[in-house]
Design a protein around this ligand. Sequence first.
Ligand code: ATP
Ligand code: MG
Length: 369
Amino acid sequence: MKLREIKLNNFRNYEKLSLEFAQGVNLIVGDNAQGKTNLLEAIIYLGGGKSFRTQKAAELVRLGQEYAELEGTVFSQEREQTLRWLFFPEAKPRQLYRNGAKKKTAGEISGVLQTVLFCPEDLMVLKTGAAARRKMTDSCLCQLRPNYEAALTEYNRILEQKTRILKDRFENPALSQLLPDYNTRLCQVGALLISYRARYYEGLKKAAKSYHSLFSGGAEEFTLEYKTVSTVNDPFAPIPVLTEQLQEHLFTHERAELESAQCLTGPHKDDFDISLSGMSLKAFGSQGQVRTSAISLKLAQRDIMANQTGEIPVLLLDDVLSELDPGRQDFVLNQITEGQVFITCCEPGRFTKLGKTIEIFSGAVIGTQ
Ligand code: ATP
Ligand code: MG
């Protein structure tokens, strides 16, 4: 899929913009606070009706204006399509049009313009606690597999109810009788989650490894390891085997769960570890290595989505070049030859051999080449 053109009216700091894009790489260059990330935000909103920076659509409307409008022409699903959004600073419902026809929900345009974004906050995901990494995995898997999303929703619901029972049983001991049923279902659904995750990580690892190798000029060997409940020795095992292994682990932690009133075991504690040439990225990775790994993961994620839908999502790389050495910068700018890519940077003089350079100043394009 390719975004051919975008038109903005009163979006963030853009009063009016009409811009055509290259099929390959679009490099958006400008000083700080000129509107580079705003433009990526507009592209993401166009395709999915959501911003990665705010929940409040009102913030997207240019200050003091009565409405904002976003319009884009996309080539996808073998034809040219238009998407148009209108939204308002006050609590008035937004409007969405696909090829001129009014639509009610963003779900009705899903698949027209899919995006994968790398933003600097993604670097933290690889460095901080497991919760952020689980969230990243879950949000991608939910997009790919509706059955996964259903299982995850059920798992979280049981987990929440079980936690409440563990807490309330101090006052009402009879509640403990409910626990075995909850545990059985938790292990059954948990086994499903592990099975999906194992397959997802397998694909992600393979693709990210080959991107990372190209990116680092073969200097580093990327590996990714799925970490789950310790009694699970093979996450690809059949669901009944996984269920039994989860039950086994739960059994040995039953007492601790009762004492702490917390759900201590299960795939809600899962994580993944990345190593570069045998060194843990989380513990020892340099800034450039973390960045290289995070971008390789995004490229891999895009490949997995493309395999699923037959369309390569648009890749958006916000502020990627800093901290990268010239070889790695060259990879980002000149070697991602598949699909359409948008890259923002504030280093003047950068250009791409694969498309177009767009210079932004104060919410306007001041040059293209
Ligand atoms: P950096 O290189 O620092 O990341 P950037 O070019 O990506 O900069 P953006 O985040 O795109 O910068 O733009 C930020 C600017 O947009 C803010 O400084 C603000 O002035 C302006 N802005 C954001 N929202 C609005 C709005 N609703 N109305 C008017 N201007 C806005
Ligand atoms: Mg920015």
